[in-house]
Structures are given as C-alpha cells and as structure tokens.
Design a protein around this ligand. Structure first.
Ligand code: SAH
Ligand code: SF4
Length: 373
C-alpha cells in the first residue's frame, strides 16, 4: 500500500529516505517541497533526482483534501466542503467530509488572510448552542488532514494571497481531544522550513479540556491558546457545556493561570453571547472577576443562528457587556463572525447544504461598528 506523505514530519521523511537507501537530507527536501513550496505532485519536485521521484510516485502518495464544494460569502470569505479520503481502504464511514473557511482581510490596508480549520469530523463535546455538536463525533482527523486544509486553501486562493496567514483551529472538533495529530500538524505549520507561520498567528481554541491545556503548556513550540468560556458561573456553564461538569471553572481557570505566557502574551477567552441567557450586566461583572488575575483578552461572539433554541443578543446588551468589561480593565472585543450567509461562522459548521443556507439568509444580522474575526 502506498505510503501517505502528507502530515509526515522532517524526521519521518528523513527516515523514509534513509530506508530507501537515499541520503537523509532528501527527506528534508521532500518536506520543504510539500509544505513550503506546496508542490503536491512528485513530478514537480524537480530538485529531487529522477530516480527518487519515480520511487516516490510508485510507493508514496500525497492525498490533499478534495474540494467537494465552495461557498462564497458576500463578505469575501469562502467556505470549503472538503472530502477526506486519505486512505481509500478505510471503511466508508472513515471517509468523511469537514469544513474549512478562508477569510480575506477586508480592511483597506489588508495584509493578511485567516484560515479556519477543523481538527475532528464532528465533535463529541456537545455544547448545546453549537451546530457541530449535532453531528456527534465521526472521527479524529490525521495530522495530514489537518495541515492539508491549510495547504488546500492557500493553493486554491494562490492568486489572492496577502503576506500574512493566520490559522485558527476553530472549525469542527475539539483540538485537545485529538492532541497528537493536532500538535504534529501545528509543528509543521509553525516550522520555518515547513509552512512557516509565526506562533502568534496560529490560535488553538478549546472548550476547556484541562489535561490537554496542561499538555500544551509543556510543548516547546505552542500556538496561542483560546478558551471558550461562554458562561459566568458553573451553573450556567453546566447548562450549556456539559464538559464543565468534568472540568469546572475553578479547575479550568487554574490551568489557564499556570499556562506559560510571554511578557506581552495573553489567553483569549471566547464568550458566545446567548440573548437572555448569559448576556446580562451581572454576567459581565462575574466574567471580569473570574479573569482578574489572568492576562486575558475577551472576544464576545454574538451567537450565530442555527436550528437551536437560542437567541442572538441585542446590540444594546452586546455594547453594555463590552463596556462593563472595559471599565473593569479587561480587554474586550466584539467579534462578528464572517460568512454567516454561507453558514461558515463559528458554530455553524455542520455540513449544511446550500438549501439550508438560503433559508437562513434572511436572518443575518450585521453591525458595521463591530470588529470582524
Ligand atoms: N471546539 C473548540 C473550537 C471550535 S468552536 C471550542 O469549542 O473552543 C469555536 C468557537 O465557536 C468556540 O468559542 C465556540 O464557543 C463558538 N461557537 C460555537 N457555536 C457558536 C454559535 N452558534 N455562535 C457563535 N459562536 C459559537
Ligand atoms: Fe465541539 Fe467546540 Fe462546538 Fe463545543 S463549541 S460542540 S467543543 S466544536
């Protein structure tokens, strides 16, 4: 069976080259060609000797996620429905589809794009306000399938790329419940000889898997950490995020306090504002208290609609919540998710077909004064 190269580290590719009787540095060249030059076809790796290219074609494969569908948002973002078929021998269930979103910067001095990628097909965490939860967990993605989402989006958008690429692990799935594959992918993304992104430009968002946060704290090269807080006390968090019963706020925030940060670094706390549920002034005051001794920044995300029993917050409650945090010295931003008209926004990635998207278009709320994600 052909050997899958996508997702392999330099060390693994060096070992592969050596096992074929080639000098180990050929592994480094393949690594560079694949992740830095984005050559997904062995025939184009012309710095390799012809015999090695033939060997690679005969015994290796590079299985990029296949773009099954593109959805274009009025705001310029593109949602990709990706078919992952890295191993054709896998049972049909293992050949899954996930979503990734490409978001070009729309500001006048635009200089970056952000790519949102999935780490699992579906998710087992079961947050009640999130459409991905409705899918349940299908399976973990491999390192190749995770890094492949970034590569396929960069390749597809190659005519439109700006100098800086940000990656957010905020698509389908809970990254810290697929730790090894996620970290293998992140190392390739952050390696200057690999995809070459800056650590401050890659953000991993977790629902609060404490053992995963503790493991991440020990990594030498780390992405930025974002934690989905979403509630101002345990009772409220228990009601919308069952994971809170396992890792309650005190334990979660302790893990955050112990997370190593550089001098100007902070942890981002995401707070999905659910109208009438967690968006009251006393919630804002409690959030400020909870985060008082953690270098933090709060991203307030007005709930994105889906077929779930929640409401968007009013603009008045959004503004008031933000103001209370600012008054208490907490950096707070309102994040209006991109691509709501194509169901590409936070919590909307659930393989919904275009019919569903059209039905939702009327509900979309926009607010020019808010920052975009
Ligand atoms: N599983 C990880 C990362 C993916 S979810 C996590 O939960 O952090 C990314 C973000 O989207 C999380 O902060 C989550 O709370 C938020 N989210 C989920 N559903 C949402 C919705 N319908 N509207 C707005 N944000 C949502
Ligand atoms: Fe999973 Fe994150 Fe959605 Fe919760 S919010 S169900 S952890 S994807």
């Amino acid at each position: 069976m052909a050997i899958e190269l996508l997702g392999k580290s330099t060390e693994e590719l060096r070992a592969l080259a050596a096992s074929w009787g080639e000098p180990a540095y050929r592994g480094d060249q393949i690594y560079h060609a694949l992740y830095s030059e984005r050559l997904f076809d062995f025939a184009r790796m012309t710095n390799l000797p012809a015999a090695l290219r033939e060997k690679l074609s005969a015994e290796g494969r590079i299985t990029m996620p296949r773009i099954a569908r593109r959805y274009h948002s009025a705001d310029g973002s593109v949602r990709y429905l990706l078919a992952l078929e890295s191993d054709a021998t896998l049972p049909a269930l293992a050949r899954v589809q996930v979503e990734a979103v490409f978001m070009p910067d729309t500001k006048e001095d635009a200089r970056r794009q952000t790519i949102c990628i999935s780490t699992q097909a579906g998710c087992a965490v079961d947050c009640h306000f999130c459409l991905t939860a409705v899918l349940g967990l299908n399976r973990n993605l491999t390192a190749g399938e995770i890094v492949g989402q970034v590569l396929v989006a960069l390749d597809d958008q190659r005519e439109h790329l700006l100098p800086q690429t940000n990656v957010v692990l905020m698509g389908q799935g809970e990254p810290l419940l697929n730790f090894d594959a996620v970290m293998a992918a992140v190392r390739i993304l952050l390696d200057p000889r690999g995809v070459g992104l800056a650590p401050r430009h890659v953000t991993l968002s977790t629902s609060g898997i404490v053992p995963g946060i503790e493991r991440l704290a020990k990594e030498t090269v780390r992405p930025k950490l974002a934690v989905s807080l979403n509630a101002s006390n345990d009772e409220q968090r228990d009601a919308i995020m069952p994971i809170n019963r396992k890792y309650p706020l005190a334990v979660l925030l302790d893990a955050c306090r112990n997370f190593p940060l550089g001098p100007r670094e902070f942890i981002t706390f995401e707070y999905v504002l659910l109208g009438g549920f967690n968006d009251a002034p006393e919630d804002a005051r409690r959030v400020a208290k909870l985060l008082a001794n953690i270098p933090s920044k709060v991203n307030l995300i007005p709930w994105n609609p889906g077929d779930l029993p929640y409401k968007r917050p009013t603009q008045k409650s959004i503004d008031a919540f933000k103001q209370i945090l600012l008054d208490k010295g907490v950096f707070a931003f309102v994040r209006i998710s991109r691509g709501q008209d194509i169901m590409a926004a936070c919590g909307q990635l659930a393989l919904i077909e275009s019919k569903g998207i059209e039905a939702k278009e009327g509900e979309i709320l926009r607010s020019a004064q808010n920052d975009t994600l």
